[in-house]
Design a protein. Structure first.
Length: 333
């Protein structure tokens, strides 16, 4: 049996699944993303986790591996051109070819959010839908666009970069260097920078106390969730800002694409769950051209979306996907 693997390389952890050809999970493993050593260390960690999941699945080898990685990916070559959220990953690195050499399997590499969206499209919240926008709230804010049932890549592989839609002209500085991007208000790293600045200016918050109590060195989605549950004012203000920015940014993209649904995922989106999704949906309404245009739903696959999407991409490598032909409009022939 030709087994598949899906890998989700995140800023803090690597998740691996090994699946049957029909994407049933039969092995999985998870470990921290190396904080030092750059791409070679990530490849070593990744190979060890692949071995672990493969052994768990009782498999001798893997037919294909689909990898989702953060940053700019040259999908055709498997090169990760730039990955600012991975430590020491400054220069282009041929992740796909290197993994093929190490594992003997065929390897496809895509943007982590695109992989997550593919997972949701084949197995999760977007199953059966043709036109969908995915918005992933995590360290940054990523996105993915599905039109006519196909995940869009774009000529620069940058389709769906909703985090860098401008929600406030001349607004807060974004990690990308521009101003007023959605990510500058709704990305976890930007929210942490804002929290540190406000605390230095004298605002009280339990965010960093919770972080230290958990032995962490940055504000994870779990820390935000805990602070919100405890009624922390600063955490609440940051989430309010994130929701407002997300509402206008997402609605603007919905106005352009006219999708059926918006899927909200990512670490922060998943952790804050339904209440966050409902708030984002409400914040979109004043900005929508068509009232109530798109359903807004939470991602269904949680932490496994990216890895399962990787496995789905691996399945496509082995058996290229055949999408049903579009029905011709009547009266043309
Ligand atoms: Zn930006």
């Amino acid at each position: 049996m030709s087994l598949l693997a899906g890998v989700d390389v995140g800023g803090t952890k690597i998740q691996v699944v090994v699946t049957s050809p029909d994407l049933e999970v039969i092995g999985q493993s998870r470990g921290p993303t190396p904080a030092a050593g750059g791409p070679p260390a990530v490849v070593d960690a990744l190979c060890a986790l692949l071995d672990e999941a493969r052994r768990q699945a009782g498999a001798d080898g893997l037919a294909a591996i689909g990898v989702g990685a953060p940053g700019t990916i040259e999908k055709a070559t498997g090169v990760v051109a730039r990955s600012p959220n991975l430590a020491g990953w400054m220069d282009p690195f041929p992740l796909g070819p290197e993994l093929e050499r190490r594992t003997g399997a065929r390897v496809g590499v895509d943007n982590d959010v695109h992989a997550g969206m593919l997972g949701e499209l084949r197995l999760g919240a977007a199953r059966g839908l043709r036109d969908v926008l995915g918005v992933w709230f995590g360290t940054g804010v990523g996105g993915a666009v599905v039109l006519d049932g196909a995940l869009r890549s774009g000529p620069h592989g940058a389709s769906g970069e909703i985090g860098h839609v401008c929600v406030r002209v001349g607004g807060r500085r974004c990690g990308c260097g521009r101003r007023g991007c959605l990510e500058a208000y709704a990305g976890r790293a930007s929210m942490e920078r804002r929290a540190r600045r406000l605390m230095a200016e004298g605002r009280r918050t339990d965010l960093f106390r919770i972080m230290e109590h958990r032995g962490l060195d940055h504000l994870t989605s779990g820390v935000f969730a805990r602070a919100l549950a405890a009624g922390d004012d600063l955490a609440q203000d940051l989430i309010d800002e994130a929701v407002a920015a997300a509402g206008s940014g997402i609605a603007s993209v919905v106005n352009v694409l006219d999708v059926e649904a918006v899927v909200i995922g990512g670490g922060l989106g998943t952790r804050l769950g339904e209440p966050f999704v409902a708030r984002v949906a409400a914040a979109m309404q004043p900005h929508l051209f068509v009232t109530g245009a798109a359903r807004v739903v939470p991602a269904a696959l949680g932490d496994l979306a990216g890895a399962l999407g990787g496995a789905a991409a691996a399945a496509d490598l082995v058996t290229p996907v055949r999408r049903p032909a579009r029905r011709r409009a009547s009266g043309t022939g």
